[in-house]
Design a binder for this molecule. Structure first.
Ligand SMILES: N[C@@H](CCC(=O)N[C@@H](CS)C(=O)NCC(=O)O)C(=O)O
Length: 320
C-alpha cells in the first residue's frame, strides 16, 4: 500500500505511523469540505456517492448512517475488493466490488481527481460529489455528522440538546475504543501496546457499568455516539481480539455491551452493513509485523441473533 504525493500515487510503503515510543499515530484526514444547505455542496438526493470497504470500521459509520436514515436510494455506494493490493484499495470491472460511480480500478484514481493535488493516505470512506467531480470529505466523523444533520432535517440521531453528551462520548470512544484497538494492534513496543490495552478495557468496563442503568450511551435515545461505537463492537471478537491482541475479554463476556450490540444489530438495515467474514479476513490478512503467514482463524462462534433485553426499534423510528 502506498500514498499519494501531489496527486500521484506511489507504491512505496510510507514511513510507519508510530512515534518515537512505538505508539501508533493515525494520520489526519485533510479533505474536509462540508455539505450545507446554502454552501457549495448542497444536500441534494442522488448527488453524492460513498466509497467504502466492508472491513473498515470508519467507513462502517457512514453505512450505518445511510441505513438508519433510509438513504439507500439517494446515496450510492462502491465497495472495494476485500483485500488491498500494491495499488491500495481496488475494484473489479463488474460485480459486487465494482465502482458504479466513476468506474475506477483503484481508489487512488478518485483522489487523483482533486483539483488541489492530494498528498496523503488513500483511505476509505470518501464522500464524492458527482456535480463538481470532487471529494467533499475523507473524514468519517465529518461525513457521518453531515449525514445526520444535513440529510435529516429532524436531526433524529443528533438532536441539538444532546450534542454536548454525544461529543463527550465520541471523544472518549474515539481515542480509547475506535482508535484504541488500532493503538493496541499497531503498537511497536510492549509499553505502547500495554497502555492501549489498559485504556481500551478500562473504557469498555466504564461503558458496561453505564449500560447497567442506561439503554444507550446518552440514556434512552439512540444517537451518533451509539452509531460510532457499534463498528468497533461488531469487529471485536472476530478481529480485534486475535489480530490486534485485545484479549483481556471478548465482547461476549460483557453482558450489557453484548446485549446492547445485538440490539443495535437487530435494527432494520444494520445487518446489511456488516460482513463479519470479510472483516475477519481483512484484519488477519498477511502482514510482516502481525501475521506473516496470513493464516485466518476459523472462529470464534458468535451468535448475533440471540434475543436481547433491549429493543432499539422504537428508538430508531421509521423513515416513511
Ligand atoms: N480518518 C479517517 C481514517 C480512515 C482509515 O484509516 N481508513 C483505513 C481503512 S480502515 C484506510 O483506508 N487505510 C488505508 C491506508 O491508510 O493506506 C476516517 O475516519 O475517515
Amino acid at each position: 500500500m502506498g500514498v499519494m504525493i501531489e496527486g500521484r500515487y506511489q507504491v512505496e510503503e510510507p514511513a510507519p505511523q508510530t512515534d518515537a515510543a512505538g505508539a501508533y499515530q493515525r494520520a489526519r484526514s485533510t479533505i474536509r469540505d462540508r455539505i450545507t444547505q446554502a454552501g457549495r455542496f448542497a444536500p441534494e438526493p442522488g448527488r453524492y456517492h460513498l466509497y467504502v470497504s466492508w472491513s473498515c470500521p470508519w467507513a462502517h459509520r457512514t453505512l450505518i448512517g445511510r441505513a438508519l436514515l433510509g438513504l439507500e436510494a439517494s446515496l450510492s455506494v462502491s465497495y472495494t475488493r476485500p483485500a488491498r493490493s500494491e495499488a491500495g484499495w481496488i475494484y473489479d470491472p463488474d460485480g459486487p466490488f465494482a465502482d458504479p460511480c466513476l468506474g475506477v480500478s483503484a481508489l487512488h484514481e478518485v483522489y487523483a481527481r482533486q483539483t488541489a493535488p492530494y498528498t496523503g493516505r488513500v483511505t476509505v470512506p470518501v464522500l464524492w460529489d458527482r456535480q463538481s467531480g470532487q471529494i467533499v470529505s475523507n473524514e468519517s466523523a465529518d461525513i457521518l455528522r453531515m449525514m445526520l444533520t444535513e440529510f435529516d432535517p429532524s436531526h433524529r440521531y443528533c438532536p441539538e440538546a444532546l450534542i454536548p453528551g454525544i461529543d463527550h462520548w465520541n471523544a472518549l470512544i474515539y481515542d480509547k475504543v475506535n482508535n484504541g484497538v488500532y493503538r493496541a494492534g499497531f503498537a511497536r513496543t510492549q509499553e505502547a501496546y500495554d497502555a492501549a490495552v489498559v485504556d481500551l478495557f478500562d473504557t469498555l468496563d466504564r461503558i458496561e457499568a453505564h449500560l447497567g442503568s442506561n439503554a444507550t450511551l446518552t440514556g434512552d435515545t439512540l444517537t451518533e455516539a451509539d452509531l460510532r461505537l457499534f463498528p468497533t463492537l461488531a469487529r471485536f471478537d472476530v478481529a480485534y481480539h486475535t489480530a490486534f491482541k485485545c484479549n483481556l475479554a471478548r465482547l461476549q463476556d460483557y453482558p450489557q455491551l453484548w446485549d446492547y450490540a445485538r440490539a443495535f444489530y437487530a435494527l432494520p438495515g444494520i445487518a446489511g452493513t456488516v460482513d463479519f467474514d470479510i472483516a475477519k479476513r481483512g484484519y488477519h490478512s498477511r502482514s510482516d509485523l502481525r501475521n506473516p503467514l496470513g493464516i485466518v482463524p476459523m472462529g470464534p462462534r458468535v451468535d448475533w441473533s440471540e434475543p436481547t433485553e433491549r429493543d432499539f426499534t422504537a428508538l430508531a423510528g421509521s423513515n416513511s
